[in-house]
Design a protein around this ligand. Structure first.
Ligand code: SAM
Ligand code: SF4
Length: 338
């Protein structure tokens, strides 16, 4: 059934700083089949089932946002493809007529199985996270992941005909900083984009001190300059990446630099955790409990929309990563929705 937006204000999501929110990242699970060192601890306790939103509840939240003018939804987690039946949610989202883009961020380990059905259900773009092309290293970073499966997944995504497949790599000193050029070459040779991400201080995930491992994207770019001819790209995306074109190649290289380059001024997105917590900012705890509204006796879609509109006033101006006078987030990334 196609959703209607009659009676709703499709421009209602504007925060106190005049930023319009038209993009949500919806986490469908906190679970994952990997344990990446920057994202999770080795021994994780996941949320009990009753605390996580049902697929119906996730759909109602997504629909409320679309009714309020959101045009882009990214499904994430945890690993979205470990949630059984995720495809039935994707199929319903794919039918929301006002939704222009439906994306998924995945570790790729199950894409060989899921790429085609995701495409058929309406997913337009896929991001695959890959931090190393060396099987042993890949295992060290993901703690349990298998590189072969991810490479197969990337090929399946390319074959499935998405509008775009993009790779994401978190570069960390002492783990993979010497693979920047190899990762870029791998992506460019396949005409797919790659974005390098600075590691963010989200929770205590690992045995490494993040301040020792975080590589600035200025450093990554300098390294790439030694191998490729880069020029600023005119292409703008509705996300935080800043892109460069690469002479001789069709695809682009992106930089997501939350730590060294504060991009909060044009932030257009919010996140919803799988517990139904609407997070107004990746680096702050300001939030609203949408699950309580969904499970209230007097629940209505109008109540849900009103709560979402009211929450816009809670969106903070910016994050304060590594700023000593400000508390750092204690949420791990798998709880946040990357
Ligand atoms: N499991 C999926 C995946 O790995 O793509 C989706 C969820 S994951 C949390 C989304 C993205 O967040 C991944 O690209 C991952 O590399 C990134 N990420 C996780 N923890 C991070 C951190 N502390 N700093 C920067 N990026 C992080
Ligand atoms: Fe799982 Fe993605 Fe976190 Fe890695 S980054 S542990 S794949 S949720």
């Amino acid at each position: 059934m196609a959703a209607s937006n009659s009676g709703t204000d499709r421009k209602a999501l504007v925060d106190k700083f005049g930023r319009r929110v038209d993009y949500i990242r919806l986490s469908v699970t906190d679970r994952c089949d990997f344990r990446c060192v920057y994202c999770m601890t080795e021994e994780m306790t996941f949320l009990p089932r009753k605390e996580i939103l049902s697929l119906e509840e996730l759909f109602l939240i997504a629909k409320a946002f679309v009714d309020l003018g959101v045009t882009k939804i990214r499904l994430t987690g945890g690993e979205p493809l470990v949630r059984s039946d995720v495809l039935s949610l994707v199929e319903r989202l794919g039918q929301l007529t006002d939704l222009e883009e439906l994306l998924i961020t995945t570790n790729g380990a199950q894409l060989d199985k899921y790429a085609e059905p995701l495409r058929a259900a309406g997913v337009t773009r896929v991001n695959v996270s890959i931090d190393s092309l060396n099987a042993e290293r890949f295992k060290r970073i993901s703690r349990v992941g298998k590189l072969d499966k991810v490479l197969e997944g990337i090929e399946a995504a390319r074959a499935a005909g998405f509008n775009r497949v993009k790779l994401n790599s978190v570069i960390m000193r002492g783990y993979n900083e010497d693979e920047v050029i190899d990762l870029a070459e791998y992506a460019l040779a396949r005409d797919i984009d790659i974005a390098f991400i600075e590691e963010m201080p989200l929770g205590e995930a690992s045995d490494h001190a993040r301040e020792d491992t975080t590589c600035s994207n200025a450093w990554v770019r300098e390294l790439l300059n030694s191998r490729f001819e880069l020029s600023e790209s005119a292409a703008k995306t509705a996300g935080p990446s800043r892109y460069v074109d690469v002479k001789g190649y069709k695809s682009r290289i992106g930089f997501i630099s939350p730590v060294t380059h504060n991009f909060c001024g044009d932030c257009n997105r919010v996140r919803v955790t799988v517990e139904g917590r609407l997070l107004l900012c990746l680096g702050n705890e300001h939030s609203m409990d949408l699950r309580a509204i969904l499970r209230a006796e007097d629940f209505s879609e109008a109540n849900l929309r009103d709560a979402i509109v009211a929450a816009m006033d809670l969106k903070p101006e910016r994050h304060y990563f590594y700023e000593k006078d400000h508390a750092q987030p204690i949420r791990l990334m798998n709880m946040t929705g990357g």
